[in-house]
Design a protein around this ligand. Structure first.
Ligand SMILES: [Zn+2]
Length: 112
């Protein structure tokens, strides 16, 4: 990020600007969830239906949400969307995972 007082580039985690000494805290508070959290949440919702594509969408949702949450934490705020995406992603992965597992079992038993 950049210091709002002197405009020089400073470390994102810096509390005060090392160049001019002005507190940089206010710059860090940026509202809104990162795009990754939003993407993770949207895909997790879609994956309730599209988990049928071999569990790929819910796993993708978990990956995006986890990444988004990590970024949100770094920026000093908590993303409810990211957490929701993570929870829904895990639930849909378990749901579709069980679905495919039972499908494999049924196919294996009927093949005999
Ligand atoms: Zn400065």
């Amino acid at each position: 990020m950049y210091c709002k007082n002197c405009g020089k580039q400073i470390d994102d985690r810096a509390v005060i600007c090392p160049h001019c000494g002005v507190p940089a805290e206010t710059e860090k508070v940026k509202p809104g969830a990162p795009g990754l959290c939003v993407a993770g949440f949207v895909i997790s919702i879609l994956s309730i239906w599209f988990g049928i594509i071999f569990c790929i969408p819910p796993i993708l949702a978990i990956a995006l949400s986890a990444q988004g949450n990590r970024k949100a934490k770094k920026n000093g705020f908590h993303s409810n969307l990211g957490t929701a995406g993570l929870v829904i992603g895990i639930l849909t992965t378990v749901f579709w995972g069980l679905f495919f597992l039972s499908l494999i079992i049924v196919m294996a038993t009927t093949a005999r």
